[in-house]
Design a protein around this ligand. Structure first.
Ligand SMILES: Cc1ncc(COP(=O)(O)O)c(C=O)c1O
Length: 933
């Protein structure tokens, strides 16, 4: 109802009066649409005009109205006083809208101090650092701090540094610059030279305080653009190129506000030494160590950047950054009083004594300076080293975690092994196994993580902007600024996180989790996700929190900070929790880390994950899975291709020379063939004879044997041929010894073809087949073949040919079950098994073993349409004896090959159908034959 009212109210043209400032009586018309710029105060004012609510420029005294009796104006001084608790409550409530400093990842400023430090600050809140005579103890503390810092910054022994506390580095930088300007001017004047065109050199990554110096103090800024090669910092070569006689000095930055990189003070110093040798120009260096002044001495104690380089004349630092103090303290130190021109020092007498002052601010709170001394005393070198190392460790963890997502690449380098740096064309380097706490293993720098969408991510998702991530993170309370790197690297837009003492590993985990939540959400839901979690007018709302109105009714903002600095409005936004939002444990997608269902956190700890990159991130897991599936696919494909290739080769390739090795010379070896008088047996005899083998035909019917002998002798008169009677049903030892003796007497025997075999006369089940027939089949097929092989084997081993061969004739029925011919089929399984076994047993001997498995072969008894021609089968078989086990007829090989690929149930059905059909045809033809006879 109210919303409806407001919408109508605001979207119509309304006369809106400005707040009740003395001169603000004019009325203006504003056409407003609620989704655009909406000024809450104006709305409330209008409501007030309609007597719905009091005017907005008056504080509505929420809790405080219990005690207050009168309105308190916002923009003008109240005429009367207020109760202390009223004023307190009112201001306290207002400040509740500020953000959570711990989640402000944009700021370098310290947001936590120990209670003892706070106590000291409270006790000394009233002290003015300007009042040296009144507070001599405070002054001594300042001197001690300057002395401690100068030693920390390696002042050469015997040299006495001079310095002062400032409000921050901004003031300290001005003082450092001023001192250089005055020294340059004094020297130029003394030499009678022009002093009208001083210039100062710094890189384009400089903080605004440096720009201010140049502008405020009328010094030409020679800004050296940064490049990827110079690691987004001062390029020493380029800097040297712009030095001239009017250069008052060079600002070198220890660490860059953008990426945390340290500029190379030592290289700059050396280059200036060379220049001095060449030109006589003596250019000093002021090190802007706003952050690095409290980081480098502890994390990189061997780095040369401070007073150990004689060219460094002054250094500034911010005590409220990595000096770990609350806002309001900075330092500037000169290597000796010689570098602070006396013209900058004012002697004052009006506070009671004789005081020297050379700061820009006169009165300053002493409390933060005292807190600085507390930290120095309390922490000592060890304490600072531990804290700074911890910040760097967490920054490295964050960097590596971000890189591991592959959504981002990290532009800062502190997580990279020493000497390896970001390369926008190359692969991001992160070494998960390294001990992240070991500063010496990594590049020097601030605990700052500057990162950007990876090239791959940008290619895959060109529509996703980094700003989306920033906005979504804000919805979660995080302030992560996004901005382009300075010229000439503006094309790289970075997100930046300053890892301060308050940024625990836990927070790093949460941050990574939330970053992935944001990216994942955008990828899955697009803009809808963005609008669901952020508010379209967020920026305006944010401004509303921080804006103040001058009496002329215009908004004014304190925006002197550069875009890199904390924008408080953002923190104000951050303070607005998005109601009803919770981490969704089931969110899936690009680069999502493992999130435990209960907490929405990264589990196990980031640190462990990074040590174990094959650990728990889903992205990693899914990648592994993908690789595995890919590998399995490739292996299966290769295997299939190989099997198919082998099948084609085995099926279609016939080696015409394959029998040569079983001859002694061209034609004198014998081949023994059992069951030679019909079907494939006869075809084998023909084929072997054609290849010049002498034959021993072993059968039970002399007439048939003689007939066969005549037929072969007629066609191949050159070969010798013997016949031998042996009934395969006779498995007595005498039968085998007789055959063996005869074979041995024949001469050199190198081939045994175990062709003899028996099959059911009629297809039928086991029950339908007589026991005698079953036994006879098994006896002939299994026992006879086995024992004959055993008795001939010694002869084959002694053969004079280079090799001997046992060729066992099995059957295609050995490839699968053989219903309706159980004894036959399983006896052929036996033959295949026997062949395999003795093949292995005879490995290393001169005897080869092969097993051929023909399907239906044409004969008097088998006239099936797809039955193979026995001659073809024999030719193919004898051309493939180099194989272990094969089907000699390609149509059968294809059929059985396909059958083998089918699922078992289908194979069974097909087999049964095919064999039943074949059985019927076979049985009919046998019965017909019987009738005819
Ligand atoms: C390199 C550098 N110099 C100077 C400053 C200004 O320091 P302060 O905020 O202490 O005035 C900053 C602040 O971020 C900085 O990063």
């Amino acid at each position: 109802m109210l919303a409806c009212y407001l919408t109508t109210f605001c979207s119509s043209a309304l006369p809106v009066s400005l707040p009740n400032f003395p001169d603000a009586t004019n009325t203006i018309k504003i056409k407003m649409v609620l989704s655009e710029h909406t000024d809450p105060e104006t709305i409330v004012d209008n409501l007030a005009r309609m007597n719905i609510r009091k005017k907005s420029h008056i504080h509505s005294l929420a809790y405080a109205s219990r005690f207050a009796t009168e309105d308190i104006p916002k923009y003008t001084l109240p005429e009367s006083s207020s109760e202390a608790r009223v004023a307190y409550q009112m201001i306290h409530d207002m400040l509740e809208f500020d953000g959570s400093p711990a989640k402000n990842l944009a700021s370098f400023l310290s947001t936590w101090m120990e209670p003892e430090a706070e106590k000291l600050m409270l006790e000394n809140l009233a002290k003015n650092l300007a009042d040296q005579d009144e507070y001599p103890a405070t002054m001594r503390i300042q001197d001690r701090c300057v002395s401690i810092l100068s030693h920390l910054w390696k002042i050469p022994s015997g040299q006495k540094a001079i310095g002062t506390a400032t409000v921050g580095s901004s003031e300290a930088v001005q003082l450092g610059g001023l001192a250089m300007k005055w020294r340059w001017r004094d020297a130029r004047k003394a030499a009678g030279k022009d002093v009208s065109k001083p210039n100062i050199i710094y890189a384009s990554n400089a903080q605004v305080a440096l720009e201010k110096f140049a502008r405020y103090f009328d010094v030409e800024a020679r800004v050296v653009n940064v490049s990827e090669k110079s690691r987004f910092c001062l390029d020493v070569e380029k800097a040297i190129n712009v030095v001239d006689e009017n250069t008052i000095g060079i600002y070198v930055i220890m660490g860059s506000t953008y990426t945390g990189h340290y500029e190379n003070v030592e290289a700059m110093s050396k280059a200036l030494d060379d220049l001095e040798k060449r030109t006589g120009l003596n250019i000093p260096i002021h090190v802007d160590a706003a952050s690095g002044g409290f980081v480098a001495p502890f994390a990189s104690p061997n780095l040369k950047w401070a007073f150990d380089l004689p060219r460094v004349v002054s250094i500034n630092t911010s005590g409220h950054k990595f000096g770990l103090c609350y806002a309001g303290i900075g330092w500037v130190v000169w290597r000796s009083s010689e570098y602070l021109p006396q013209g900058l020092v004012f002697q004052l007498h009006y506070l009671g004594g004789n005081e020297a002052t050379y700061t820009l601010n006169f009165s300053r709170p002493a409390a933060s300076m005292i807190a600085q001394y507390y930290n120095l005393v309390r922490l000592g070198r060890k304490g600072y080293t531990d804290i700074i190392t911890n910040c760097l460790t967490n920054a490295r963890l964050l960097s590596c975690a971000l890189e591991k997502t592959e959504i981002f690449e990290v532009v800062s380098d502190i997580h990279r092994p020493r000497g390896q740096f970001y390369n926008s064309q190359g692969k991001a380097i992160c070494s998960p196994a390294t001990d992240y706490t070991k500063n010496s293993s990594f590049n020097d720098g601030l605990s700052v993580v500057a990162f950007t969408f990876s090239r791959r991510f940008k290619e895959e998702h060109p529509d996703v902007e980094q700003q989306f991530v920033v906005n979504l993170l804000r919805a979660r309370g995080w302030i992560v600024p996004s901005y382009p790197l300075p010229p000439d690297c503006e094309k790289i837009d970075i997100l930046r996180v300053v890892v301060r003492e308050s940024m625990t590993e836990e927070l790093v985990e949460l941050l990574v989790s939330d970053i992935l939540w944001a990216v994942n959400g955008i990828l899955e839901e697009g803009e809808h996700f963005l609008s669901k979690h952020t508010q379209p007018s967020s920026h305006n709302r944010a401004e509303a929190f921080t804006s103040d109105k001058k009496p002329d009714g215009k908004h004014v903002y304190s925006r002197e900070c550069s875009q890199l600095q904390v924008v408080d409005c953002a923190s104000a936004m951050a303070a607005q929790p998005i109601s009803g939002f919770a981490v969704d444990p089931d969110r899936r997608g690009f680069g999502r880390p493992q999130i435990s269902a209960s907490e929405g956190r990264l589990r196990p700890s980031l640190r462990e994950y990074l040590k174990d990159p094959y650990g728990k991130y889903l992205i990693q897991r899914s990648k592994m899975l993908q690789t595995l599936i890919y590998l399995i696919g490739v292996i299966t494909l290769l295997k299939t291709a190989y099997s198919f290739g082998s099948w084609v080769k085995d099926t279609f390739f016939v080696d015409k020379e394959s029998l040569l090795k079983y001859q002694i010379d061209s034609k004198s070896a014998y081949a023994v063939i059992t069951g030679p008088t019909g079907g494939i047996g006869q075809a084998f005899c023909d084929e072997l004879a054609s290849k010049g083998f002498n034959l021993i035909l072993v059968g039970r019917n002399q007439t048939k044997l003689d007939k066969l002998k005549d037929s072969i002798t007629n066609r191949y008169p050159a070969i010798r041929l013997q016949t031998m009677i042996s009934d395969a049903k006779d498995t007595t030892p005498e039968n085998f010894s007789r055959v063996a003796e005869a074979v041995a007497a024949a001469g050199t025997v190198s081939i045994l073809v175990n062709n003899v075999g028996a099959m059911n006369e009629l297809y039928g089940t086991l029950e339908e087949t007589s026991s005698e027939e079953l036994e006879s089949i098994i006896r002939i097929n299994c026992i006879y073949t086995t024992l004959l092989t055993k008795s001939i084997l010694p002869i084959l081993k002694k053969s004079r040919s280079s090799r001997s061969l046992i060729l066992n004739v099995s059957s295609a029925s050995s490839y699968g079950p053989g219903p309706l011919m159980a004894a036959y089929a399983s006896s052929k399984w036996f033959i295949s098994g026997l062949s395999e076994a003795i093949r292995l047993e005879l490995r290393g001997s001169n005897v080869d073993v092969t097993c051929v498995c023909p399907g239906f072969v044409k004969s008097d008894m088998c006239q099936l349409p797809d039955a193979a021609d026995p001659v073809v089968v024999a030719q193919q078989t004898l051309g493939k004896v180099h194989l272990k086990n094969f089907s000699p007829y390609w149509q059968h090989a294809a059929t059985f090959g396909l059958l083998a690929q089918l699922p078992g149930w289908l194979k069974d059905r097909l087999l049964l159908t095919v064999v039943s059909q074949a059985g019927k045809v076979h049985n009919a033809s046998v019965l017909e034959h019987r009738k005819d006879n």
